[in-house]
Write a protein that binds this ligand. Structure first.
Ligand code: HXC
Length: 510
C-alpha cells in the first residue's frame, strides 16, 4: 500500500509538471499561462475535480513509446464558476505542443459527454499544434469525434471556446462549431492553413497575426466574439460571461437580484434622438440606460458595428439585446450585420434567453457589393431567426423602421410579443425623400413641389401613429419610461409558451 501511495504521488507530480520546467518557462516567456494555471483562474477555488490524469497515449512510432506524459497534453474535469457546474478541458502546450492524439481526444470526448448528459456548459481552453503528427489518421479520427460531439451538443448546453495559443488546420472547426469564441491578443491565432501554405498556394505574404490573429478575427472575419489582452483577463471575463447563461436548454438563465429600481426613469433619453433624422446617436446609450446597473456585456463589439448585440439584465433576468446602431452606416442592415444578429438571436432562442430589439433602421444596404454578396440570402437569416424564435420578444422602435427591415426587426407580424415605439418613431415603406421621388416622379425637377410632397409624406407616415392604430405597435412610450415598460413586459411574458410545427429541422437560408 505504501508503495502504491508513493507511486501515485510520483505519477501525480509527473502529470502536474506536464512537459517539464523548461517548456513551462517557455510558455510563460510567451506571456501564456499553463493549462493548470488557467483552470485555477477560471474555476472557483477548490472546486476543480480532474479526470483522466493518468491517461497516456498509445502510439509506438517515431520513438513515441519512450515519451509518455501522464494526462497526454490536456487537463480535463469539472468544477464550478460562481457556484455553478461547468465542464472544462485545457490543452497543455508543454506536452507535444498540446497536440491532439487519440487518447487526448478521448479525454475531451468524455467531458463533452458528461456535459450533455448532466446539462452543464462546456468550456474548452485551446492551445494546440493540432493533430498529433506522430499518430496520423488516428488523431484525425479523434478530431472528428470531438466535432461530432460539438454538433450534437449545439443548442443543448452552452459551448464556449477560448483560443489561447495556436489553433490551425481542421482544429479550428471545433471552436467554430461552439457558441462563442474568445481569443487572446498577440498569443493566439486561428487559420485553416498557415502563412507558409498560403504563400505556396496564393503567393501572398502574410504573417500569422495578420492572417488569423485576434485582431483579424474580431474585426475582419467575425470569427472571434471577443478578444482580451492576456490569459487572465480572458478567464476572468469568461467567469462574468457565464453568469448570463443558463446551464442548458432545459433551464432558464440565473436570476441575479438587482438593487436598480424597475421604475427608474431616465430623463436624458427624452433628448437622445436628434431633431434631424439624418443625425446619428449612440444606441448603446439606450442599452446602458435601461439595463440593471447600466451593465451591458457586448459581444462582437468591433465587427459589423452597424448592429449591436450582447447581454443585459432587466430586473435580474438575462436579456439578449439586438440594436441597430445609427452611428455606423446609419444603422443599415448589410450582410455582416444580418449574420451577426441572426446567430445571436438563434443562440438566445436555443437557451431560453428573452430578446429585446431596439430598432432604428433605414433599410437594407443597397448596392452591387451587397447584392453580389448575397444580401437577399443573408438578410433572410435575420428574418428567419426572429420569426422562428419562441422566447419572449419585446421590440422598441426609437426612430426609423423602414421597409423590409421594419418587418425583420422583431415586428408584431413575425411574433413580436410586445412592440413599443418612442414618439420619434418613423414607420413606413421607405424614407420620405425616396418615397416622393417614386410616387411623384413627374414632379422631379420642381424643387418646391417635391419639398411640399416630402413634407406631406413625412407628416403622414414619419410617425408611430398609423402603426399604433392598427395594433402593430402596442403602445407609444416616452423614452424616460423605457426601463419600466420593458421590465414589466418581460415580467408579463416570463411564462410564455409557444411551439413551432413539428419538423426534423428547419432550413434556414445558409
Ligand atoms: C506533435 C507537435 C505538434 C503536432 C507541435 N508539436 N505541434 N507535436 N504534433 N501537431 C511539438 C513540437 O514538436 C515541439 O516539441 C512542441 O510541440 C512545441 O512546438 P514548437 O514548434 O517548438 O513551438 P512553436 O515555435 O511555438 O510553434 C508552434 C506551432 C508549430 C506553430 C504550433 O509547432 C507547428 O507549426 N506545429 C505543427 C502544426 C500543424 O501543422 N499541425 C497539424 C495541423 S493539421 P518539443 O519536444 O520540441 O517541445 C490538423 C488536422 C486536424 O490539425 C484535422 C481535423 C479535421
Amino acid at each position: 500500500m505504501k508503495k502504491n501511495l508513493e507511486e501515485l504521488e510520483i505519477r501525480k507530480q509527473a502529470a502536474k509538471l506536464g512537459g517539464g520546467k523548461n517548456r513551462i518557462e517557455k510558455q510563460h516567456a510567451k506571456g501564456k499561462l499553463t493549462a493548470r494555471e488557467r483552470i485555477e483562474i477560471l474555476i472557483d477555488e477548490g472546486t476543480f475535480e480532474e479526470l483522466d490524469m493518468f491517461v497516456e497515449h498509445r502510439a509506438v512510432d517515431f520513438g513515441m513509446e519512450e515519451q509518455k506524459i501522464p494526462g497526454d497534453g490536456v487537463v480535463t474535469g469539472y468544477g464550478k464558476i460562481n457556484g455553478r457546474l461547468v465542464y472544462v478541458f485545457s490543452q497543455d502546450f508543454t506536452v507535444f505542443g498540446g497536440s491532439l492524439s487519440e487518447a487526448h481526444a478521448e479525454k475531451i470526448c468524455k467531458v463533452m459527454d458528461l456535459a450533455v448528459q448532466n446539462g452543464a456548459p462546456l468550456i474548452g481552453l485551446n492551445d494546440s499544434g493540432g493533430a498529433r503528427i506522430q499518430e496520423g489518421v488516428v488523431s484525425l479520427g479523434g478530431y472528428a469525434e470531438v466535432f461530432k460531439r460539438n454538433v450534437l451538443a449545439s443548442g443543448v448546453v452552452p459551448q464556449l471556446s477560448l483560443v489561447m495559443g495556436p489553433c490551425a488546420g481542421g482544429a479550428v472547426y471545433s471552436p467554430a462549431m461552439t457558441d462563442f469564441i474568445f481569443m487572446v491578443e498577440d498569443s493566439s491565432y486561428m487559420f485553416v492553413t498557415g502563412p507558409d501554405v498560403v504563400k505556396t498556394v496564393t503567393h501572398e505574404e502574410v504573417s500569422a497575426e495578420e492572417l488569423g490573429g485576434a485582431s483579424t478575427h474580431s474585426k475582419k472575419s467575425g470569427v472571434a466574439d471577443l478578444t482580451f489582452e492576456n490569459d487572465t483577463e480572458a478567464l476572468l471575463m469568461t467567469r462574468e460571461f457565464m453568469s448570463y447563461l443558463p446551464q442548458s436548454n432545459r433551464e432558464r438563465p440565473p436570476l441575479i437580484a438587482s438593487k436598480d429600481p424597475v421604475d427608474r426613469q431616465e430623463k436624458s433619453l427624452d433628448t437622445l434622438v436628434p431633431q434631424d433624422p439624418a443625425k446619428p446617436y449612440d444606441i448603446k446609450e439606450v442599452i446602458h440606460k435601461v439595463a440593471d446597473e447600466g451593465e451591458f456585456f457586448e459581444i462582437q463589439p468591433n465587427y459589423a458595428q452597424n448592429i449591436v448585440i450582447g447581454f443585459i439584465r432587466l430586473d435580474g433576468s438575462t436579456i439578449g439585446v439586438v440594436g441597430n446602431q445609427p452611428m455606423v452606416l446609419a444603422g443599415c442592415l448589410d450582410i455582416d450585420s444580418s449574420i451577426k444578429g441572426a446567430r445571436f438571436v438563434r443562440f438566445c432562442d436555443a437557451f431560453n434567453i428573452p430578446l429585446l430589439t431596439l430598432v432604428d433602421v433605414p433599410g437594407f444596404m443597397p448596392g452591387t457589393s451587397q447584392e453580389y454578396g448575397g444580401i437577399i440570402k443573408h438578410g433572410a437569416k435575420l428574418l428567419f431567426a426572429y420569426a422562428e424564435a419562441t422566447v419572449p420578444k419585446v421590440t422598441l422602435i426609437t426612430r426609423k423602421a423602414y421597409g423590409g427591415a421594419y418587418d425583420v426587426m422583431s415586428s408584431k407580424h413575425i411574433r413580436g410579443d410586445v412592440n413599443f415605439a418612442w414618439p420619434s418613431a418613423e414607420i413606413a415603406v421607405m424614407g420620405p425623400k425616396g418615397a416622393v421621388e417614386i410616387i411623384f416622379r413627374a414632379d422631379i425637377g420642381d424643387e418646391e413641389k417635391i419639398e411640399k410632397r416630402t413634407e406631406e409624406y413625412r407628416d403622414k407616415f414619419a410617425n408611430p401613429f398609423i402603426a399604433a392604430s392598427r395594433g402593430f405597435i402596442d403602445d407609444i412610450v416616452l423614452p424616460h419610461q423605457s426601463r419600466e415598460k420593458l421590465c414589466r413586459s418581460f415580467e408579463m411574458l416570463k411564462d410564455k409558451e409557444q411551439d413551432n410545427p413539428w419538423r426534423k429541422h428547419d432550413n434556414i437560408p445558409l
